[in-house]
Design a protein around this ligand. Structure first.
Ligand code: HEM
Length: 425
């Protein structure tokens, strides 16, 4: 590592092998549009911000702990990286870094070949058939929540709907009772939106909770998820406690904030684009393709990998030890993959978006996530009249590894016709 300067910020350092002309001052947290912004659109902001950047560039402070990373902007290059798990490891040990706890998040932080045995174990639990079994209760959860605020003339989407819905479905998936919902909601809130100390505290609480649950289920097994893991075998041996814990904690991390954020971005879009809202009301069949288009347009995650050997990509060398990040929201606006990518077309065809990433770590919960989004939009649109952003408010959007939105205040506007002038805002 040298101390070459990158221009505007003399503190930025980057490794010797990085050509200076490929260095850009970029962070998922602090670059324009990535900070907490009232009424922002971080996906569009990122696309604008990096429009003239080289296809692959080096950002000395791209990661949350200020470490540098290559940022890969094109879909094809992201595929190359994410499909090559032998070279690009996902063994990052988030918990080790954050909590000093040697706990891999399974299967996300496990590389091949071991990764495959965990995938094989977990696949049936999140298969389309399993999701079908969860559907009826998930739907009645959505209906119950929406009915609880329908007569109020408005709601704050994230706290009134998106988080309680995602947390409720997760508890159902784990086989835990709803009594714990508020407790889980509090942890999710602190973990995903608190300051650094609160985040660590909440992560610790989740780990401790799961540890306790594992002990309980060892004493008295039920038919729930943890009992399943405790009885499961990989390669003819039982999972050990560390593995059971790593899986249970990852599912909490992977399935809550992501689903809630997607619901938030989708309803924000519909509040701002009433023509799209009207189209979905008039043609509910369009909700399924619309959910895919909204996943494309508002994808939230930027997978990170660490190279374990040197690799040539488009004429440059990524060295062993380098971090590489693949913002899905940029791949999803790559004009070589999607005609007119900045246009949001709810009926877009051949929509092979990458919101769930590529390769062996492709989202295991994508069937469940999709179903939650479809149910959420179907029930919201069926029960709530035309809605808009409540006057005098603006939702706060933010960047990071998982883009998000909070304080999304909606007001019902039953008499409103779709207003093209407003849609153009
Ligand atoms: C809108 C919602 C969701 C989005 C956008 C999303 C996106 C992603 C992405 C991009 C990855 C790959 C990360 C990487 O390669 O570094 C991933 C992995 C994963 N997701 Fe999701 N996810 C969502 C919901 C869920 C849900 C509901 C669950 C389960 C309850 C889930 C479980 C997982 C698991 C287990 C992995 C790791 C897979 C592996 O390493 O093999 N996700 N997700």
């Amino acid at each position: 590592m040298t101390t070459q300067s990158t221009g505007p910020d003399p503190d930025h350092v980057f490794p010797d092998h990085v050509p200076p002309e490929l260095v850009r001052d970029f962070s998922y947290w602090t670059s324009p549009g990535m900070e907490r912004t009232p009424g922002g659109d971080p996906q569009a902001a990122l696309s604008r911000l990096l429009a003239g950047a080289p296809p692959v560039f080096y950002a000395p402070s791209a990661t949350y702990d200020g470490r540098g990373a290559w940022v890969v902007t094109r879909a094809e290059d992201q595929r190359t990286i994410l499909q090559n798990a032998e070279t690009f490891s996902s063994n990052r040990f988030i918990f080790k870094a954050a909590l000093g706890e040697d706990l891999p998040m399974i299967p996300l932080e496990i590389d091949p070949p071991d990764h495959q045995m965990y995938r094989a174990l977990l696949n049936p639990l999140l298969s389309p058939r399993r999701v079908d079994e969860l559907e009826a209760r998930a739907r009645s959860r959505a209906v119950g929540l929406i009915e609880s605020f329908r007569d109020r003339g408005g709601c704050e989407v994230m706290n009134d709907f998106a988080f309680p819905f995602a947390v409720g479905v997760f508890l159902q998936f784990l086989g835990l009772s709803d009594d714990r919902r508020d407790e889980f909601l509090g942890w999710a809130d602190q973990q995903f939106h608190g300051n650094l100390e609160e985040r660590r505290g909440a992560m610790r609480t989740v780990v401790d909770f799961m540890r306790g649950l594992i002990e309980e289920r060892k004493r008295a097994p039920t038919d729930d998820f943890v009992s399943f893991l405790l009885g499961a075998k990989v390669q003819d041996r039982a999972l050990n406690d560390r593995e059971v814990l790593g899986i249970a904690v990852l599912l909490f991390e992977a399935g809550l904030d992501t689903v809630a954020a997607a619901i938030g971005f989708d309803l924000n879009h519909l509040a701002l684009h009433r023509d799209d809202q009207r189209r979905l009301r008039e043609d509910p069949e369009l909700i399924k393709p619309a959910v895919e288009e909204l996943f494309r347009a508002y994808s939230t995650i930027s997978p990170v990998r660490r190279a374990v050997r040197d690799f040539e990509l488009g004429g440059l060398t990524i060295k062993a030890g380098d971090y590489v990040s693949c913002p899905t929201m940029l791949a999803n606006r790559d004009p070589q993959e999607f005609p007119d990518p900045e246009r949001i077309d709810l009926a877009r065809e051949s929509n092979r978006h990458t919101a769930f990433a590529y390769g062996p770590h492709r989202c295991l919960g994508s069937h469940l996530a999709r179903r939650e989004l479809i149910i959420g939009l179907q029930e919201f649109l069926a029960r709530i009249p035309t809605f808009r952003i409540r006057e005098g408010t603006a939702p706060i959007t933010y960047g990071g590894y998982v883009f998000g939105i909070e304080d999304l205040q909606l007001a019902w506007d039953p008499d409103a016709a779709a207003d093209p002038a407003e849609d153009a805002r």
